[in-house]
Structure formats: C-alpha cells, structure tokens
Design a protein around this ligand. Structure first.
Ligand code: 13P
Length: 351
C-alpha cells in the first residue's frame, strides 16, 4: 500500500474547518428523500439533484470530500461533464460507498445485521481509484435494545468487517472511512450509549490492529454519544459534547487524523450546535473533530431545490456547509444560518 498517499489524503479530508458531504444514499434511500418533495426517483432526477449540489460555487471552502453512490461516480452532469470532474473543480475529493448493504445476522438478535461487500473489494476499489475516488465508506450498524443488543456476536462481526474492508481499500489506494454507526433508536440514556460505544470502538480498533490497517491513512465516522431518541430526559449539548469527547479519547488512537461524525437523525441545527460544542470541550487528543453529514447537510437543500430551483438548493446547501465548517472550528453561532427545523430521525434506519 502507498502509505504516503493515504496519509496525505486522509489529512486533506480532515483539514481544519472542513468536513464531508455524505451524498451516497442508495437508490432506494434517495427515492425516499425525493418522494418528500414530490420528485420521481429516476436516474435523470438523481443526476439533476446531485449535479445541483456538485456545482455549488464555493462548496470546497467548507467541504473536503463528497461520498458518492456507485451510480454517481460514473455519472455525468446534465451538461455532459462528469460529476467527478465537477467536484474536482470545486476542490472536493470524490469518495465512494463500497459496502453492499446490510443483511440479517444469523445467530444474533433478529434486529441485528452484518455488512456485505468484502468479496472482490480490492479489485473493485482499484477500479474506483482509477475513476478518481480517493476514499471509501462502509457503514456497519449496531443497535441498543432492552433485550441485550448489541450482542457480542454483532459487535465482533461488524468490527471485523470494518477492519477487513479498511485494509482492502488501503491496498488499492482508497482512504477508508470506518463507520460503526450506533442507531439512536431506543429509550436508553446517554450513559448506556457511552458504555456500548466504548466497547464497539475498542473492538473496531483491535480488529484494525489485527488486520494491519494503516491508521494514519484512515478516518473514523462514529455517531455522537447521544441518548436514545425515546429517552424522556433532555440531554444538553454540553453533556453530549463532554461524553462524546470522553468516549473518543478513551477509544480512538491518536494516529487517526480525523473523526467525522454522522448526523444520525439530529436536526440540521442540532448537528451543527453539537459539533460546535464538541469542538469547545478541552481535549488531549490531536485528531480533528468534524462532520460527515447526510441528512443534516441536505434537508433544507432538498426542500429549497424541489426539483427545479438550482440556485435556491445551492444556497441552502452552502448555508449548512458553512455552519458545519464553523462548528468544526468551534466558531458557529447558533441560529446564524437558516436550517430546516424538522426531526430527521427515522426509526430503524438501516437499509
Ligand atoms: P446521516 O448524517 O444522515 O446520518 O448520514 C451519514 C451517513 O453517511 C450514514 O452512513
């Protein structure tokens, strides 16, 4: 593996004040998003939507990389230029979702899953590299339930899968984003989430060591340490920030250049405020703490665009990109950028 290139690209992705735009929704998931604005899920409409985002002038000031679904990596803008080339012009590095989705995990709890896509991954990653991708994502999902989830089996399997994926991608020059998402579903408190997340992250980095993953050329994409969505107690942004930083400090090696949080169903504004507060907590560890948001970067953009208003969509995207860029430096003033107010939480958001 080319360690120098991996290290350099990982550092560019985690650069100060920059984060990732997760635009890698599978065809089914983007269909659900488009349905909310009355737009049909056709290849042309997906192309138009992503083409709108990837030509937003100035996006590269806030966004270091965009994660694409395979279709998008090979797709052109409606004007005929490839979307990869459009991103390049903005200074945004293209990345690719390489997992093949979740399946039920036999022997575990019926709600638990494993993540598929390892077979032939070294070769597939090499093709994506050739097309211009420089980083990859693999999303493993764990859930906290009253009846014992996550089970030891689910934690072991998902940690191992993430590490195998990470190593395979590095062989072909892609910086792996290691994503062990812990769903917000449930009524558990933040302490329970912290306990589970510490266990999961520890297993992930143990598996990474066993597989020889080059940590300096990798990134972590965790959930923030938050209470379950149905927990009746209010948790303050300060508490989320303190416990999240504590969890990361206990479990994430200092060799990892960046921790890029997912938004996981937080509202656009909460995702920015929490990230800002996280960056205001004193910490010992050197990694950058930034964002890799899907829903929390795209919701108001999608609503402003509505299938036709390119300028409106781009303006909304840039507003949230700026807000999160500021938050990644601890400089965001709450409410200073427009946002969609609604909850983006979807129960059982796995597939
Ligand atoms: P959300 O920010 O919408 O959780 O999505 C990020 C992502 O890419 C999940 O894999």
């Amino acid at each position: 593996m080319n360690q120098d290139e991996l290290r350099e690209n990982a550092n560019r992705l985690a650069a100060r004040g920059k984060g990732l735009l997760a635009a890698d929704e599978s065809t089914g998931t983007i269909g659900k998003r488009l349905a909310t604005i009355g737009v049909e899920n056709t290849e042309d409409n997906r192309q138009a939507y992503r083409g709108m985002m990837f030509t937003a002038e100035g996006l590269g000031d806030f966004i270091s990389g965009a994660i694409l679904f395979e279709e998008t990596l090979y797709q052109d803008h409606p004007d005929g230029e490839s979307l990869v080339s459009k991103l390049g012009k903005l200074g945004v590095i293209p990345g690719i979702k390489v997992d093949k989705g979740l399946r039920p995990l036999p022997g575990a709890n019926p709600v638990e899953t494993w993540c598929t896509g390892l077979e032939g991954l070294v070769e597939r990653a090499a093709k994506y590299y050739e097309r211009g991708a420089r980083f990859a994502k693999w999303r493993a999902v764990l859930q906290i339930t009253d009846d014992g989830c996550p089970t030891a089996l689910a934690v072991t399997e998902n940690a191992w899968g993430l590490a195998r994926y990470a190593r395979a991608c590095q062989e072909s020059g892609l910086v792996p984003i290691v994503e062990p998402e812990i769903l917000m579903d449930g009524a558990h408190g933040i302490d329970k989430t912290a306990e589970v997340q510490e266990h999961v992250l520890t297993e992930v980095y143990k598996a990474c060591a066993e597989n020889g993953v080059f940590l300096e050329g990798s990134l972590l994409k965790p959930s923030m340490t938050v209470a379950g969505a149905d927990n009746p107690d209010e948790t303050s942004a300060d508490e989320v920030a303190k416990i999240t930083v504590r969890t990361m400090e206990r479990c994430v090696p200092a060799a990892v250049p960046g921790i890029m949080f997912l938004s996981g169903g937080l509202t656009e504004e909460d995702a920015s405020v929490y990230l800002n507060t996280i960056n205001s907590v004193p910490r010992k560890a050197p990694w950058s703490l930034t964002f890799s948001y899907g829903r929390a970067l795209q919701q108001s953009c999608l609503q402003a665009w509505r299938g036709k208003d390119i300028e409106g969509g781009q303006k909304a995207l840039l507003a949230r990109a700026r807000a999160n860029s500021e938050a990644a430096m601890g400089e965001y003033v709450a409410g200073s950028q427009p946002s969609a107010q609604e909850s983006l939480f979807e129960a059982g958001y796995k597939y």
